[in-house]
Design a protein around this ligand. Structure first.
Ligand code: SF4
Length: 380
């Protein structure tokens, strides 16, 4: 049962932020003052919507219908909700907003990768990528507009942080890329990686809510095992993933398995050193039983030696894991280079000798700046 005081507080808080008045005896926002700013209908969960409908003297199942329209049928207006009475549709139109993600730019790489620039309702832009392979159709999506972290190899870091994405904005990227997979390739979307712009664990509440909608049969009905959250390594939040016993998969952008080197390219390591990450990962594994994937970009003359591979193998042994070795994609004015094929092979051989499962991932979409670490809001 929804807490009525919380619902009232939520609507009042919205009205305060939007600088509009609210009727003192009503849980609704005053319709006369809502011409330009209305609450996002998808910011309410199902119980809150039911409560709202009940207060208006409507049957609770009407809330279920609205919920289904906005999350499962991707309705973009209340007018489309044809199983609702006309006056109710008009009432909802007057009181609520349905946000929409616009695809403002879409580029297709020679290898079939599709990069999209999505415009949000406040004009900010984010990027998402469809990565087609013979076996999979993967959506790589963003969790924040910009990023507050400053990983040296990443183009997004140069944009700085603009804001966290709401759950519906994260969800809508998946819907848009799913439609592209169907339209361009006639195939269903099979996988989702939260590996685009932003650090998902710094927007945990909204990311978790979006994943629930993506997984839910009332949403996109995607199995948890097809959803991967990739983090730069925030120990406290990895611990929380364990506490929450999450079922989706976890990837950690490691890129160096000694503190000195890792801090040089990822300042998050100063406050979240490898020892803290290992402890958090052990807790995560104990609570979820899920193995983790380590992402490791091999930079020439930086982290590509046999000793670096040995360090990585040692770190991998904390919990069941595998490694994705990622080809580096140079960014404008970047200070790194891609390692040589010879060094890459030697690196992988060390891992294999140590019994670590490692796969080399060749980059996709390099020609359109859609490859890993290249998302930076550049237009064609
Ligand atoms: S790699 Fe990820 S966490 Fe690091 S700056 Fe880029 S978007 Fe942010």
């Amino acid at each position: 049962m929804v807490n009525r005081r919380n619902l009232r507080k939520k609507i009042l808080a919205f009205s305060r932020n939007a600088k509009i008045n609210i009727h003192p005896n009503s849980p609704y926002l005053c319709p006369m003052l809502l011409k330009t700013t209305k609450p996002n209908v998808r910011s309410f969960d199902k119980d809150e919507l039911r409560e709202f409908f009940k207060e208006r003297g409507e049957k609770a199942f009407r809330a279920d219908q609205v919920y289904q329209w906005v999350w499962q049928k991707h309705a973009k207006s209340f007018e489309q909700m044809t199983n609702l009475p006309k006056d109710l549709r008009a009432f909802l139109e007057e009181h609520f907003l349905i946000t929409e993600l616009h695809t403002s730019d879409c580029q297709r790489s020679a290898d079939g990768t599709v990069k999209s620039v999505f415009s949000l309702t406040d004009g900010k832009t984010i990027e998402g990528v469809l990565i087609p392979t013979p076996k999979r159709m993967t959506a790589c999506i963003s969790s924040q507009a910009g990023c507050s972290l400053d990983c040296k190899f990443c183009a997004t870091a140069r944009l700085k942080m603009m804001r966290n994405l709401h759950a519906d904005e994260i969800y809508d990227q998946v819907v848009a890329i799913k439609n592209q997979a169907e339209e361009f390739y006639g195939k269903p979307l099979t996988n989702i990686v939260l590996m685009g712009m932003g650090e998902p664990l710094l927007n945990y509440k909204n990311v978790a809510a979006a994943i629930e909608h993506i997984h839910s049969p009332e949403g996109l009905n995607m199995a948890y095992k097809r959803i991967t959250l990739s983090t730069s390594g925030i120990a406290k939040m990895i611990h929380k993933l364990g506490d929450d016993e999450v079922k989706f998969k976890l990837a950690l952008s490691l890129h160096a398995a000694d503190n000195e080197k890792r801090s040089k390219i990822m300042s998050i390591n100063d406050t979240n050193p490898l020892e803290d990450l290992a402890a958090a990962l052990k807790h995560y594994y104990a609570k979820t039983g899920n193995a983790v994937t380590y992402e490791y970009i091999v930079f020439k003359d930086f982290n590509d030696t046999v000793q670096d591979a040995r360090n990585l193998a040692r770190f991998c042994k904390h919990i069941p894991s595998k490694v994705n070795i990622i080809e580096y994609n140079p960014i404008e004015d970047g200070e790194f280079e891609q390692t040589t094929e010879e060094r890459l092979n030697a690196f992988v051989q060390v891992l294999e000798r140590e019994g670590i499962v490692a796969k080399v991932r060749r980059s996709r979409g390099k020609d359109i700046d859609a490859a890993c670490g290249q998302l930076a809001g550049k237009k064609s």
